[in-house]
Design a protein around this ligand. Structure first.
Ligand code: GDP
Length: 195
C-alpha cells in the first residue's frame, strides 16, 4: 500500500476524545519498548511521526494516527513495564478495556511481540484477553533483523505455541530496521478491512 498522507490526530485518555466518523481502526498493543512506534513509523514511511520513546511506560494515552484519510493506527499504552505503580496499572486497565470492548471501528489489534524471545506472561495475558473477547488479532513478530534469518521459523513457531495461536491467526515477521514484512502487514490489514 502506498502511504501518501499520515498525520497525528489526538492523544486520547477517554472515549469522549476518540475521533468521530466510521473509519476502520487498527490498534497496536505490546510490551513497552517492543517496537510499536517503530512499527507505525516504518509502515507509513516516516522517521518519527509516532514517538519512539526512551522512557518506556510513560505514555498512558491512546495515540491516533490517520493514514491516507482511510484508516487509523491507534497506539495503545504499552504493558509490562516494571516501574509503574498499582494506580497506574489500574488506569492502564481501564483505558484498554474502554477502548477494546466498546470501539466498533476497531477492525483488529496488531499485537507486537519480540521475535527474539519467548512471549512474556503479559504477552500471553494480552493475547488471551483479545481471544476471549473475540477481537481479531494480527501478531507482528518484530525485531527480526536481530536474529539470523535461519532461526526465524523456529522462533515464530515458539511464539505460536506459547500464545496458543490458531492456525488461521495471521502472524507477520517484521523489522522496522529493514522494512521486512511491511507489505505483508499491509495485506493483513486490508484483509481485515474487507473481511
Ligand atoms: P514502543 O515503546 O513499543 O513504541 O517501542 P519503540 O518503537 O520506541 O522501540 C523501542 C526500541 O527498539 C527503540 O530503540 C527502537 O529503535 C528499537 N526497535 C524497534 N523496532 C526495531 C526493529 O525492528 N529492529 C531493531 N533492530 N530495533 C528496533
Amino acid at each position: 500500500m502506498k502511504v501518501t498522507q499520515a498525520e497525528f490526530v489526538i492523544s486520547a485518555v477517554s472515549s469522549k476524545q476518540y475521533p468521530e466518523g466510521s473509519l476502520p481502526e487498527f490498534a497496536l498493543a505490546g510490551r513497552s519498548n517492543v517496537g510499536k512506534s517503530s512499527f507505525i513509523n516504518k509502515m507509513i514511511n516516516r522517521k518519527n511521526l509516532a514517538r519512539t520513546s526512551s522512557k518506556p511506560g510513560k505514555t498512558q494515552t491512546l495515540n491516533y494516527y490517520l493514514i491516507n484519510k482511510e484508516l487509523y493506527f491507534v497506539d495503545l499504552p504499552g504493558y509490562g513495564y516494571a516501574k509503574v505503580s498499582k494506580a497506574e496499572k489500574a488506569k492502564w486497565g481501564r483505558m484498554m478495556e474502554e477502548y477494546l470492548q466498546t470501539r466498533e471501528q476497531l477492525k483488529a489489534v496488531l499485537h507486537v511481540i519480540d521475535l527474539r524471545h519467548k512471549p512474556t506472561n503479559d504477552d500471553q495475558g494480552m493475547f488471551e484477553y483479545l481471544k476471549h473477547y473475540g477481537i481479531p488479532v494480527i501478531v507482528v513478530a518484530t525485531k527480526a533483523d536481530k536474529i539470523p534469518r535461519g532461526k526465524w521459523q523456529k522462533h515464530a513457531k515458539e511464539i505460536r505455541a506459547v500464545l496458543g495461536m490458531d492456525k488461521e491467526d495471521p502472524m507477520v515477521l517484521f523489522s522496522a530496521e529493514t522494512g521486512q514484512g511491511k507489505e505483508e502487514a499491509w495485506s493483513a490489514i486490508w484483509a481485515k478491512i474487507h473481511e
